[in-house]
Design a protein around this ligand. Structure first.
Ligand code: ADP
Ligand code: ZN
Length: 766
């Protein structure tokens, strides 16, 4: 339905429907309503006079025969808004009426401008951005009371009067010494259908009660004392506190080595914002793994923050969204989407691990949460703190240019030393073959270090950024490689699950007994290591060590992840094998050895940030070692110890490395010194794709300072059955790329099955 309007003028009317006109005369004022749909802009409606609708109010309006939510909108702006002539207004007689308003507070002016800005910058439809802000439509209705079921008084007698079935018995057993429960939950806990429960109510065994609303959000108490800060920490905290006394837009970069107490410092800024009566948003890259963070926060402020991430239940999302909108939730810690929550009094944003690529959202509205957080802070005239031990080149460049203010923590807290980093040259220090296992991935020096560490009763972390058992399965008879039928990608063996998996589209299949190409039996061999395979080797070499694997696919939800991390902290495990999920932020006091299995993994593949990212990731992992009393060491296995990334890691010359990278980027006119926009065309039909790519190429802009590369087949030439072609637009920094790209793609009409994704400031080049 909405597509029909997509190319219409900026102000539109939903087609008139006489029945919807409530016969009120004279017609109320015209209001513009933006709907959370990928339409080109807001639509006009008639709103009541008394009280008139205010901008930001959430309303229900008719659209194409149904009622949809929308927000009263007052302006379309931002870097991408077109400055064309005002479109002709739709005559009042043809406008429909707004049907109703929601009880939630209006979206603030700042948030409305933020939504416009993000839409303009990312070239997404404003409604698509609004949809991220109204991500929980149910939250816009007042919460309905929930009915609970419990044993009735006189349940015993009532039971005597009915047939005692096992199902009935289970329901009674569940409720025997527990609280009243909602219907569906009770039925699930008892393993029976809801009709059994209802039958018991009829028979007088159970009765219904209204359940109290879910626990309210407790207010954190900033007046509680924090830890005694070191002089460096205190200086940084004092600067942040001063900024929050008279809040204005300011970007602070908290740049401190791993374990220097960055979290403690920015929690002081959080305290200051709370004291000033403002709400706070803390963005973390991997919120599902942040149990330690939550514990620390709760310890500091005596109450937990509200959390926001994709694994919340519908009820939690609803309660949290409302609590933010009504100002009940004072601190929210969340993944990137938390940026669009309906804060009314936001006074501080913190972006922890600001360099992390997980802040880039790669589908739907494609945006970088760190960059948009800075925009949100600017529009709201509030401070923002970017936190990292390895700030991104973008951020470092902004510091150098004087746009951001750097706060530095040069030392680990409590006198802990940074770990000693040694490179292991895999060309000389070759892993030996192991009887019964074949290939090994641990060099003799790393094996020695592991044995020493375990013997000393300390913990080891082995880092390998590859999920599953092996990244490739190859036929030893004919050389055939098992590939995904829907993507340009090899299938990854997950031996524990007994499956081959495509990490791009999720396709799964069993490992075949014969090679699908030559039918040879028993010839398929695993090539290369994944964490599961490494675990096999570790089990063979160190049978006494208590070992666990930690990867995003084996975690099994936030509580299981938290339990695993607690087990490490409590020394119930000796050796942890993990992918990048172990690299982030964890504090394990007894971990003294980190072994990096294959440091070269991320270095290649034509990614602009490959070196920077590898450096950040390995530095981060290394930072897990020796964070407390005992010193740590890090062994990095590489086949290229002379690579600048490895040299920088080993020598600790972070700033020199950044300088060299910066010079290279500047010389090449690459971000942050130039701008990039990726355009990805895709279609299930390669011929149609080819035609569209050519048409787009013909329309490509020719300007000074602008270069268009492509169309080239994407490295992921086929994804989910869609063929893909990429363009890369490279421009000087001062070029307004949004307008350029909008004008470019507007010239080409794309047939139905073709999709065009526009990625401003791309981080992925696949
Ligand atoms: P970072 O975020 O810089 O890696 P953290 O904030 O996690 O560092 O601090 C590392 C460890 O040191 C944590 O366990 C933290 O509680 C502790 N710590 C840091 N600063 C202090 C302090 N001033 N007093 C007590 N403990 C501190
Ligand atoms: Zn696939």
């Amino acid at each position: 339905m909405p597509e029909r309007h997509a190319s219409a003028a900026r102000t539109r009317a939903a087609s008139a429907d006489p029945e919807a006109l409530p016969g009120l005369a004279p017609p109320g004022p015209r209001v513009s309503v933006l709907m959370p749909l990928p339409l080109a802009g807001a639509y006009d409606y008639l709103g009541p006079d008394d009280p008139p609708l205010r901008p930001g109010e959430v309303v229900r309006v008719p659209l194409g025969g149904r009622a949809v939510l929308g927000v009263v909108w007052d302006r379309e702006s931002g870097p991408g808004s077109d400055a064309g002539a005002e479109p002709e207004a739709v005559p009042v007689e043809r406008l429909k009426w707004v049907q109703g308003r929601c009880d939630t507070p209006p979206l603030s002016e700042v948030q409305r401008r933020f939504i416009d800005w993000v839409a303009g910058y990312t070239l997404a439809a404003p409604g698509a951005v609004l949809r991220m802000a109204l991500s929980v439509p149910k939250a816009l209705e007042p919460p309905r009371p929930v009915t609970g079921y419990r044993l009735a008084e006189g349940a015993e007698e009532a039971r005597a009067g009915i047939k005692p079935t096992p199902a009935r018995g289970k329901v009674v057993a569940v409720l025997a010494d527990g609280p009243a429960r909602p219907l569906a939950e009770l039925a699930r806990a008892a393993g029976v259908g809801v009709s059994v429960v209802k039958g018991l109510v009829k028979a007088g065994v159970l009765e219904t009660v209204e359940l109290a609303p879910p626990a309210a959000f407790e207010a954190p108490r900033p007046e509680r004392a924090g830890p005694t800060l070191s002089p460096d920490q205190d200086a940084a905290a004092a600067t942040l506190r001063a900024t929050l006394k008279a809040p204005c837009f300011e970007v602070a970069v908290l740049d401190g080595v791993t374990g220097s107490g960055k979290t403690e410092v920015y929690l002081e800024a959080v305290a200051a914002a709370l004291e000033g009566g403002r709400q706070v948003l803390v963005l973390l890259p991997e919120i599902a793994l942040s149990a330690q963070w939550l514990e620390r926060f709760t310890g500091r402020f005596g109450a937990a923050p509200a959390v926001w991430h994709s694994e919340l239940t519908a009820a939690q999302r609803r309660a949290t969204w409302r609590a933010v909108a009504f100002g009940v939730a004072r601190v929210v810690v969340g993944a990137r989407s938390a940026l669009f929550l309906p804060f009314q009094e936001l006074g501080l944003i913190v972006v922890d691990e600001e360099h992390d690529a997980a802040f880039k959202q790669e589908d739907g509205v494609i945006y970088h949460a760190r960059d948009m957080a800075v925009v949100r802070a600017r529009l709201g005239a509030i401070p923002i703190v970017l936190v990292s031990a390895t700030p991104s080149l973008e951020t470092v460049t902004n510091v150098k240019a004087g746009r951001y203010r750097r706060l530095h923590l040069p030392d680990r807290h409590g006198g802990a030393k940074l770990p000693a980093i040694t490179l292991v040259d895999l060309r000389n220090d070759k892993p030996a073959r192991i009887e019964g296992l074949g290939r090994s991935w641990l060099s003799p020096s790393l094996r020695r270090a592991i044995a020493e560490t375990l013997a000393a009763g300390e913990q080891v972390l082995l880092f390998l950024n590859r999920r599953g058992y092996a990244p490739l399965t190859l036929c030893q008879a004919c050389g055939h490689r098992l590939a995904c039928p829907h993507c340009t990608a090899w299938l990854v063996e997950h031996r524990l699950a007994g499956r081959l998996q495509c990490h791009h589209c999720g396709f799964e299949t069993r490992l075949p007994a014969r090679c699908p190409a030559c039918q040879a039996e028993g010839a398929l061999a695993a090539c290369g290591p994944g964490v599961e395979r490494l675990a096999e080797e570790v089990a063979a070499l160190y049978p006494q060590a208590r070992t666990a694997v930690m990867a995003s696919d084996t975690l099994g939800g936030p509580s299981a992840a938290a339990a695993l991390l607690r087990a490490v902290a409590a020394r119930e495990l000796d050796l942890l094998i993990g992918t990048q999920v172990v690299a982030k932020g964890h504090h394990f006091p007894h971990l003294t050895l980190v072994g990096v299995i294959d440091a070269d993994l991320g270095l290649y593949g034509g990614d602009l940030r490959a070196a920077e990212r590898t450096y950040q990731l390995l530095h981060q992992v290394a930072g897990r070692a020796g964070r407390a009393a005992r010193p740590g060491r890090v062994l990095i296995q590489t086949a290229e110890p002379e690579h600048p990334v490895m040299q920088a890691l080993a020598s600790g010359a972070r700033d020199r490395f950044i300088e060299v990278e910066t010079e290279a980027r500047e010389g090449a006119g690459m971000p942050p010194f130039g701008r990039l926009v990726a355009l990805i065309l895709s279609s299930p039909d390669p011929a149609a794709l080819e035609r569209a790519a050519r048409a787009l190429a013909r329309a490509a802009p020719h300007y000074d300072g602008v270069q268009v590369l492509g169309p080239a087949p994407a490295p992921l030439a086929v994804l989910r059955g869609r063929h893909r072609r990429r363009f890369l637009l490279k421009a000087r920094r001062e070029v307004a790329v949004q307008k350029l790209v909008r004008d470019w793609v507007a010239q080409v009409k794309l047939p139905g099955k073709l999709r065009l994704q526009i990625d401003i400031d791309p981080y992925s080049f696949l």
